[in-house]
Design a binder for this molecule. Structure first.
Ligand code: SF4
Length: 317
């Protein structure tokens, strides 16, 4: 039997991505990820010290985050200040608070699965466990219909840390809007979900014929610029008028966005030589033929070829 130390170690993020696409590869930290990192650090400092000034926590979060996007500083201050100002401190009511809690659990001899909860609060006398996850992106504003993968996964991990707990409350705090989504999950339901998830993961890891399948994980995948399947999620056909309206609005916005991006590229290439970037030919090129004899007889008499004015051509396939 394979020992625990021989098993692959997979984070929550990686497991979720692998179940969406078996050939997902993590990409480098984006400015958005660094924005989120600074916010998480600021809130970690705040949760650990009720007397801490929120402004000082934000300043520390920014200072400790390499690659923090400076142009989003005011947005960070507004977001974290509003969040912390509009609610009780997590330690109110006798909760014991732990931040950046590392949890792990073996999945049926397949892998050791792990996750880091932003916050794990416990009420020692009542055996209650509250797991909190902060979201800093705008996509977190939608009301999820059912408990998302991450919520169930964290509850599954937490059940190994808190063996006496009979249920778990998992909360997603959307910092941009202040919305809190909350799920109360019984231990049995969590266990049933965990077994199903582990089975699917075992299939993915054992399947040698892996193909990209697309999905939300594409946004964080290193291959997303080359992978044709990266747009698969967009092919989802609407099933209601409301969904159709969303698709229409998104299409209008994307077309306008594509136009703006092309203009931006034109401005960038305006004073540069034509070149190929990421397999795409960019820039102004001479239309062919670049040298044209306008009048053959006259040219022969002069002994030169008369040059036509080259007409530049913008090329972007
Ligand atoms: S970009 Fe391609 S390989 Fe990456 S997650 Fe999406 S579908 Fe998979």
């Amino acid at each position: 039997m394979t020992s625990r130390s021989d098993l692959p170690r997979l984070s929550r993020y990686r497991v979720e991505a692998l179940l969406e696409c078996p050939v997902w590869e993590p990409g480098p930290g984006s400015p958005a990820a660094n924005f989120g990192k600074a916010a998480h650090r600021a809130l970690e400092l705040w949760a650990n010290d009720p007397a801490a000034e929120v402004a000082a926590c934000i300043a520390a979060g920014v200072a400790e985050t390499q690659g923090f996007p400076a142009e989003r500083h005011d947005e960070l201050v507004r977001m974290v200040t509003q969040y912390a100002g509009n609610r009780e401190h997590p330690r109110e009511g006798g909760w014991a608070v732990a931040t950046e809690v590392e949890m792990e659990r073996t999945a049926d001899g397949i892998a050791v699965l792990s996750g880091i909860a932003d916050r794990c609060d416990t009420l020692p006398d009542e055996g209650a466990v509250r797991i909190v996850d902060y979201k800093t992106g705008w996509s977190a504003v939608k009301e999820p219909e059912s408990a998302p993968f991450q919520v169930l996964f964290y509850a599954g991990l937490a059940s190994r840390l808190h063996l006496a707990a009979e249920w778990f409350r998992v909360e997603i705090h959307a910092l941009q809007t202040g919305w809190v989504h909350s799920w109360d999950l019984g231990v049995e339901d969590v266990e049933e979900w965990w077994q199903g998830m582990a089975e699917r993961l075992g299939d993915v890891l054992a399947n040698p014929d892996k193909r990209p399948t697309g999905g939300p994980a594409c946004g964080f995948c290193k291959k997303r610029w080359e992978c044709g399947a990266a747009v698969t999620a967009l092919a989802h056909a609407p099933t209601t008028d409301a969904e159709a309206e969303e698709v229409i609005r998104e299409t209008v916005r994307l077309e306008a966005a594509a136009d703006e991006r092309k203009k931006a590229l034109r401005a960038y290439m305006d004073k540069r030589e034509a070149t190929t970037i990421a397999g795409v030919r960019l820039g102004y090129e001479l239309s062919k033929p670049a040298v044209r004899v306008l009048d053959k007889e006259r040219a022969l008499a002069l002994g030169v070829a008369e040059l036509s004015k080259p007409s530049p051509r913008w090329a972007m396939k």
